[in-house]
Design a protein. Structure first.
Ligand code: AMP
Length: 417
């Protein structure tokens, strides 16, 4: 069922409780916390401008980091208020808490078009517990509820779910912001009846993380291209050698079942035909988490099994070229998960070649390309192709769950059209 969006509301003079995703990276500089990447703040500007123009009184709520119910000054949203004011070109008030009488009076004093940002909602443990009393306190600030934080919509927290329920029970409206609207359109509606061929590219570390997505997309896709460490569990399931690669021996059955389903449904299900491998050497050092640090030496490509002393790190050139050819023929593309450990430049070419092919298919062939969040977005941005694909999801876990077909609590809580 389609959800109400802010385009359907009349917010003039109303207090709009707006959940945003301002979980931005910060570093300490001369005793002050400084925002190092304000993308998430910029992304909310269209929603904010729209609501300001409509004369709404905006009360913004967000979380930052994991303060676990404590007031952690390094996780304060105060620097965000400053940056937001600069970007919007209008004053942004800041409340040093998110509930209570003081906050209620600040919200009450807001003029139409005024903006108030509340302090980190996770300073209260009750937020993540979706405590009804806390949600009730937040709801005292709201005539209308708007959620534009897709990345937090898979969590049933007070600010993402509880408040919306209370507002709706009072007969108030709960709507998606413009960012959320785009997420629902591209990860949802657009994939329901995709233009064909529909090519799905799935990578990343684990089959177990992606199996629900694979299972669901097998029913919709024409072709599924597998990459990343996930491919080695499929190889193991076929009795091939995987050396020291990241595999899930408990999930070989899952892998075989997916291949079987693909065969039954006539889906072209492809695994890599070559692999970039390297030999891990223990440096004797440990990382911050106390785990041993390895160096990877003797980087090479294999078309057969992975030797006992080696580990697979990416799809090889042959696979990348084959996948690129298939991607060039697609009309709809969905990509989730890198083709290898792309954070290391030696293992990035396979992922980069796929990113390049997705961008070309979009620009030259008019394919619709949807990047399903997390590391694939990072990979595309690493080579500056972000503006050459149709849509990049802002969610990580939320995108994955949505693609699995799960009902996200933060979406379910919005009013139906
Ligand atoms: P995911 O969150 O499941 O999409 O996985 C992304 C992570 O998987 C990235 O940090 C990659 O570095 C990692 N990854 C992908 N392929 C491999 C591989 N062959 N070996 C080790 N890590 C990998």
């Amino acid at each position: 069922m389609a959800k109400l969006t802010i385009r359907d509301l009349n917010v003039r003079g109303k207090r709009v409780f707006l959940r945003v995703d301002y979980n931005v990276p910060l570093v300490e500089k001369d005793g002050q916390m400084v925002i190092t990447d304000d993308t998430r703040i910029r992304e909310t500007l269209p929603t904010l401008r729209f609501l300001i123009e409509q004369g709404g009184r905006l009360i913004l709520t967000a979380h930052l980091g994991r303060p676990k119910g404590q007031r952690e000054s390094s996780m304060s949203l105060r620097p965000v208020a400053g940056r937001l004011a600069d970007l919007l070109g209008c004053p942004v008030n800041f409340a040093d808490d998110c509930v209570g009488e003081k906050v209620e009076s600040l919200a009450g004093e807001l003029p139409p078009g005024g903006v108030l940002l509340l302090e980190n909602v996770r300073y209260h443990q009750a937020e993540e517990k979706n405590d009804p009393a806390f949600a009730g306190q937040l709801a005292r600030l709201a005539d209308v509820y708007v959620n534009d934080a897709f990345g937090a919509a898979h969590r049933a927290h007070a600010s993402t779910e509880g408040v919306a329920r209370i507002v709706a029970a009072r007969g108030g409206q709960c709507a998606a912001g413009l960012l959320m609207e785009r997420e629902l359109k591209f990860l949802g509606d657009e994939l329901e009846n995709p233009a064909r061929p529909f090519v799905v590219i799935l990578g990343g570390a684990k089959v177990s993380d992606k199996i629900k997505v694979i299972d669901r997309l097998l029913e919709k896709a024409d072709t599924i291209l597998i990459g990343g460490a996930m491919a080695y569990t499929f190889r193991l399931a076929h009795g091939e050698k995987v050396g020291k690669s990241l595999v899930e021996p408990d999930h070989t059955g899952t892998a075989l079942a997916a291949e079987e389903k693909a065969k039954k449904l006539g889906v072209n299900f492809q695994l890599p035909t070559d692999t970039v491998i390297a030999t891990p050497v223990d440096t004797g050092k440990v990382n911050k988490k106390g785990r041993p640090v390895f160096e990877f030496v003797d980087v090479r490509t294999t078309k057969t099994g992975i030797p006992d002393d080696a580990e697979g790190f990416s799809i090889g050139e042959e696979t990348a070229a084959n996948y690129a050819r298939i991607i060039h023929g697609a009309k709809t593309i969905l990509w989730n998960g890198p083709m290898g450990m792309f954070e290391d430049a030696r293992f990035a070419p396979g992922t980069n070649a796929v990113a390049q092919a997705v961008a070309e298919a979009t620009q030259k062939n008019g394919a619709k390309s949807i990047i399903g969040g997390g590391d694939s977005v990072k990979a595309i941005n690493n080579i500056n192709l972000g503006d050459q694909v149709t849509f990049m999801s802002t969610g990580g876990g939320a995108s994955l769950e949505f693609l699995e077909g799960a009902v996200l609590p933060g979406v379910a809580a919005l009013s139906d059209k």
